[in-house]
Design a protein around this ligand. Structure first.
Ligand SMILES: [Zn+2]
Length: 233
């Protein structure tokens, strides 16, 4: 299983695959933004392209989305190779800071690595997302299917209050504390992989499927919105 350290190495490897050109901050573009989009950071440093307020990298989700969009040739073509190098570096630094790896397979960048399965669409209103949509973002398609496959009998919700959920899924424990913004779980997938990117494993998905639905939806929305303030461990 790829551990955090080896994923870091993979990310470092990617830098060598990018042609070595001097990184230059992008210039203002005709289709650039004049200021930060609504609800986005006002600090230009939080953008891969600060001059045009593009490719925000302030959260793991946005950094991953930035990587995906900027891997598309038609988006890259708007910049000189030097500017591309600058944006690549900003995005990669953010991904590394958030512990999100970009995987290389056969010398090709695979942008949906194990930890990356779904992103919040850039302008999707979290308040309008359904339980399934919210879970899909945190689980990805494969893990959502695995979560749905876990037998209800294997899930035990022992405590469910306004702020605290606790219980077990199979032999693993689950503790979700809204007040402390803390999520504790002890399976291998979560510990070695998902927690780093503040994402869910199948057990956490199965657990939330068995708690009171409005409670679960409220928690998931809160999690997505304030994810960078939560501790996953
Ligand atoms: Zn788990």
């Amino acid at each position: 299983m790829a551990c955090f350290q080896s994923e870091r190495n993979i990310l470092a490897l990617e830098a060598f695959l990018v042609p070595m050109v001097r990184a230059v901050k992008p210039s203002r573009k005709r289709d650039g933004r004049l200021g930060p989009p609504q609800g986005y950071p006002k600090d230009p440093d939080k953008y891969g392209d600060p001059a045009n307020w593009k490719y925000p990298v302030h959260t793991p989700f946005h950094a991953r989305a930035a990587r995906r969009y900027f891997n598309e040739p038609r988006n890259r073509a708007k910049y000189t190779p030097e500017e591309q190098a600058y944006i690549d570096r900003k995005i990669n630094e953010a991904l590394e800071r958030f512990g999100v790896a970009v995987k290389i397979k056969g010398g090709k960048v695979e942008d949906e690595a194990g930890t990356i399965q779904a992103d919040v669409p850039m302008n999707k209103d979290i308040d309008k997302m359904t339980f399934e949509e919210l879970l899909l973002v945190l689980l990805g398609k494969n893990r959502l299917a695995s979560a749905q496959g876990i037998d209800a009998a294997a899930v035990s919700v022992d405590k469910e209050t306004d702020t605290l959920f606790a219980g077990t899924v199979k032999e693993y424990s689950v503790l979700i504390d809204r007040q402390e913004r803390r999520l504790e779980h002890d399976c291998v997938d979560f510990k070695t992989n998902r927690a780093v990117g503040r994402l869910f494993c199948k057990h956490l998905g199965a657990f939330l499927m068995r708690v009171d639905r409005p409670h679960a939806v409220r928690l998931l929305r809160e999690l997505l919105r304030e994810r960078d303030h939560w501790t996953f461990e």
